[in-house]
Design a protein around this ligand. Structure first.
Ligand code: HSE
Length: 316
């Protein structure tokens, strides 16, 4: 089957769009994530004979091109090993998701690449296999395997990662939601943002957190916006990590005043995201975020988008 897939893929090339993602969704550290319609990375892939990965970066981020040091590279090397080293890949990457921004830049690089490669090979791998391969990228980027960016990037929508060993990923249906993001132009390394977390938590805090996670999932499945809103609370991670993000408390307070359902740190930050029920609220939240950040003097970007229900998309 592998030989046939490789033969058929000769001379072909495909381009994909790999979406940004919001991991954690406030209360679901490492277990919940959603995919965004904007921003996304663009990647084009083709086969090469040698069992290695040749990386061409066509953006300004100067990421390493040695496959062992690049999140795309390690994910594709894992796929090559599973193909018994019978082929390699040449990939051109235009990153539009800034590395270290907190909207799943590394996940888009690794997940986009394995989906593109799988498409080239006639989809011989299952989504779970692709998630496993892409997690090698997360391990390189943050020191730990986690799938709360990878899974929504590949599958789209809101995903629950009940377990990574064994892998157990559940798509959670969601009502229409708008996502407003502010990205202060500072870098927070996921590895650092994980190291500062407490290793032990109090039972009373754990109870509050799992009540919120269950409430959020139930709220999404029942399209109950009020339940979604009151479940967007994080008593474990946000109190520690928010100190890394300038004006976090003010952005949150003003966004809620402007009509957001709720929100918090996107992934490990520094981006902050807010969910809203309708477009008007999402733009009011964007204004509120801009007002707060303009005062700080820190450069920032804001954008309003919606949930991407498709995941990585093959475009040509
Ligand atoms: N769940 C991970 C974390 C996501 O918060 O560290 C990193 O993007």
């Amino acid at each position: 089957m592998v030989d046939e897939a490789i033969n058929k893929a000769q001379g072909k090339s495909f381009t994909v769009h790999a979406p940004g993602t919001v991991a954690n969704m406030v209360c679901g550290f490492d277990v919940l994530g959603l995919a965004l319609n904007d921003p996304y990375d663009i990647m084009t892939i083709k086969l090469i004979e040698e069992p290695t990965v040749v990386i061409h970066n066509i953006d300004s981020y100067d990421l390493p091109t040695e496959p062992e040091r690049n999140v795309t590279g390690v994910a594709l090397l894992e796929m090559i090993a599973q193909l018994d080293n019978k082929t390699g890949f040449d990939i051109t990457i235009e990153k539009r998701i800034k590395p270290g921004s907190g909207v799943g830049s590394s996940a888009a690089s690794s997940a986009g690449a394995v989906v593109a490669a799988n498409h080239l090979l006639g989809n011989i791998f299952k989504n779970d296999d692709l998630v496993q391969m892409a997690m090698f990228g997360e391990k390189l980027a943050s020191g730990v395997k986690h799938a709360d960016n990878i899974a929504p990037c590949i599958i789209g929508g809101v995903t629950l990662i009940r377990s990574i060993m064994p892998l157990d990923i559940i798509s959670v249906p969601s009502p229409p939601l708008y996502v407003t993001v502010v990205h202060p132009q500072i870098e927070v390394r996921t590895e650092d943002a994980r190291q500062i977390l407490k290793k032990q938590i109090l039972l009373k805090d754990a109870i509050r957190q799992w009540g919120n996670i269950a409430g959020l999932v139930a709220g999404l499945m029942k399209s109950d916006y009020k339940l979604i809103s009151r479940s967007l609370e994080d008593v474990l991670i946000e109190p520690v990590r928010s100190i890394l993000i300038p004006a976090f408390a003010e952005v949150k307070a003003k966004s809620l005043e402007a009509g957001a359902l709720g929100g918090g740190i996107s992934g490990s930050g520094p981006s902050i995201f807010m969910l809203s029920k309708n477009e008007a609220a999402a733009f009011a939240v964007e204004n509120a975020m801009q007002e707060v950040y303009t005062k700080t003097g820190i450069d920032y970007h804001t954008y309003v988008t919606t949930i991407n229900t498709q995941g990585v998309k093959v475009v040509e």
